[in-house]
Design a protein around this ligand. Structure first.
Ligand SMILES: [Zn+2]
Length: 169
């Protein structure tokens, strides 16, 4: 597949979501650039409405869940932004919507501040060399193969880290 600029942007976006999941200790799920290119929509989150329905903001585990969920949602756009130097495409709208929905459950009227804070945190994580290197590796694999299973995402990301550690030693 010839990688157009658009392909690359979408690949980095999806790799951002995928690597952030891994970094935050979530089970990796499959990542693809195929439906995104066709619809500019996004499918990669397994969004469970159930989680939100039972949300209790006093429970720290759920707080932690919400924080992770928001960071994973924002990571697509932030990875794109780091690649292109520009803010976002229209495909990220559903990511932001979801982040705000989770934030409202968790923080009520403080939702926007919560999301803004996590946006900065996500941006910093993505800028760290070890994370960015994984995003580049996963994006590269997506451009080659279009779709990666969760296990493949992990494999590609860890291989990138390993080669860095071994190469640097
Ligand atoms: Zn996205």
């Amino acid at each position: 597949m010839r990688a157009t600029k658009k392909h690359r942007t979408v690949a980095y976006h999806e790799a951002g979501h995928a690597v952030m999941r891994l970094e935050l200790g979530r089970r990796p799920i499959h990542a693809t650039i195929k439906p995104s290119l066709a619809t500019l929509g996004h499918v990669r989150h397994r969004r469970t409405q159930l989680d939100l329905d039972y949300f209790d903001a006093r429970d720290w585990r759920l707080q932690r869940w919400a924080e992770t969920e928001v960071m994973v949602s924002l990571a697509g756009r932030e990875a794109e932004r780091r690649l292109t130097g520009r803010k976002n495409n229209e495909g990220a709208a559903s990511d932001i919507e979801w982040a705000l929905e989770v934030a409202r459950k968790c923080e009520g009227e403080r939702a926007r501040a919560f999301v803004s804070w996590l946006k900065l945190k996500t941006r910093d994580w993505i800028a760290s060399p070890l994370v960015w290197m994984q995003i580049e590796a996963v994006a590269g694999a997506l451009l080659e193969r279009e779709t990666l299973t969760g296990a493949e995402v992990r494999e590609v990301a860890y291989a990138a880290v390993r080669s860095q550690v071994e190469g640097g030693a």
